[in-house]
Design a protein around this ligand. Structure first.
Ligand code: NDP
Length: 251
C-alpha cells in the first residue's frame, strides 16, 4: 500500500555535504527538486536534455546561495550503456561518490488506445522511462555504495499502480519502474546501505500535466513545491531505514 509521510519538517541542513543526481532537472518537478535539495545543502548534479534549461537552474541555485551544482546534458532517448558508463566515471572523478539518485525524467508519449499506439513512440517512452533509469542505476551503483547511506528514488504515477485506458506506454513504463524499484530494493535489503523507494507525485502543475490534461486550469493543480517534503524525506537520513516502499507525495 502506498504511504504518505504526514507532517514532516526537514532540518534546514538535511542534505548538507550530500551529492545528489536529479534527472530531468531542467523543468517541472525535477527543477524544483534540484533547487530544493540545494537549498537544504546538497551539491546537485543536474542531468537533462536541454542545456539552456539546466544552465538556468544552475544560475537559480547559485543566486540562492546553494552549493555550486554540476551540469551534465544527456538525451536519455539516445543514451546507451557507454554513455551511462562515461557519466559514472565523470561522477567518480568529480565527486568520488553519490549519495542520492532521483529518477525523475520521463516522457508522456501518446494518450491513445493500445490498438492505435505508435510502435516508435512506445519504444521511446520505454527507453527514457525504463531503460535509461536501469542503465543509470546499474552504472551508478558502485558510486552509491561509496556513500554512507545512498538513496535511490524512482518516480512513479497513479497509472503505474493501477492501469487506466489510453495511458499506453507511460502507464506500462511506470509499472516497470515500480518493478525495478522492488527488485533492486530486495537485492539491497540487509546487504547494502543503499535504500530504494518510489514516489507518485500526484497531479502536479507542470508541462507534462498540461499536455495530459489540456483543458484543465493549471491554477487548481498542486505546485511542485508542495511535494518537496516527501522528496526531502526520502533523500535525507531520516529515511535511512526505509526500503522498498511506495510513497504518495500528496495526501
Ligand atoms: P515535465 O515534462 O514537466 O519535466 C520532465 C523533465 O524531464 C524535463 O526537464 C525534460 O527535459 C526531462 N526529459 C524528458 N525527456 C528527456 C530525455 N530524453 N532526456 C533527458 N531528460 C528528459 O514533467 P514533470 O515534472 O511533470 O514530471 C516529472 C516526473 O513526475 C515524471 O517522471 C513524471 O512521469 C512524474 N509524474 C508527474 C505527474 C504530474 O502531474 N506532473 C504525475 C505523476 C507522475 P526538457 O526540459 O528538455 O523537456
Amino acid at each position: 500500500m502506498p504511504e504518505t509521510i504526514g507532517d514532516y519538517s526537514p532540518a534546514p541542513d538535511l542534505l548538507r555535504d550530500k551529492v545528489i543526481l536529479v534527472t530531468g532537472a531542467g523543468d517541472g518537478i525535477g527543477r524544483t527538486a534540484a533547487r530544493t535539495f540545494a537549498a537544504h545543502g546538497a551539491t546537485v548534479i543536474l542531468l537533462g536534455r536541454t542545456t539552456q534549461k539546466l544552465e538556468q537552474v544552475y544560475d537559480e541555485i547559485e543566486a540562492a546561495g546553494g552549493p555550486q551544482p554540476a551540469i551534465f546534458p544527456m538525451d536519455l532517448a539516445q543514451a546507451r550503456i557507454e554513455n551511462f558508463e562515461h557519466f559514472a566515471e565523470a561522477v567518480d572523478q568529480e565527486f568520488g561518490r553519490l549519495d542520492g539518485l532521483l529518477h525523475n525524467a520521463s516522457l508522456l508519449g501518446q494518450r491513445t488506445p493500445i490498438a492505435n499506439y505508435h510502435y516508435g513512440t512506445w519504444e521511446q517512452v520505454m527507453q527514457v522511462n525504463v531503460n535509461a533509469a536501469f542503465g543509470l542505476t546499474k552504472t551508478l551503483l558502485p558510486m552509491l555504495e561509496k556513500s554512507e547511506a545512498g538513496s535511490i528514488v524512482f518516480t512513479s504515477s497513479s497509472v503505474g499502480r493501477k492501469g487506466r485506458a489510453f495511458w499506453g506506454a507511460y502507464a506500462v513504463s511506470k509499472f516497470a519502474t515500480e518493478g525495478l524499484m522492488e527488485v533492486l530494493a530486495d537485492e539491497m535489503d540487509g546487504v547494502s546501505s543503499i535504500r530504494v523507494n518510489s514516489i507518485n507525485p500526484g497531479a502536479t502543475r507542470t508541462n507534462m500535466r498540461a499536455a495530459a490534461y489540456p483543458a484543465e486550469d493549471p491554477k487548481g493543480v498542486t505546485a511542485p513545491e508542495d511535494l518537496m517534503p516527501t522528496y526531502l524525506y526520502l533523500m535525507g537520513d531520516d529515511s535511512s531505514d526505509v526500503n522498498g516502499r511506495q510513497f504518495n507525495a500528496q495526501g
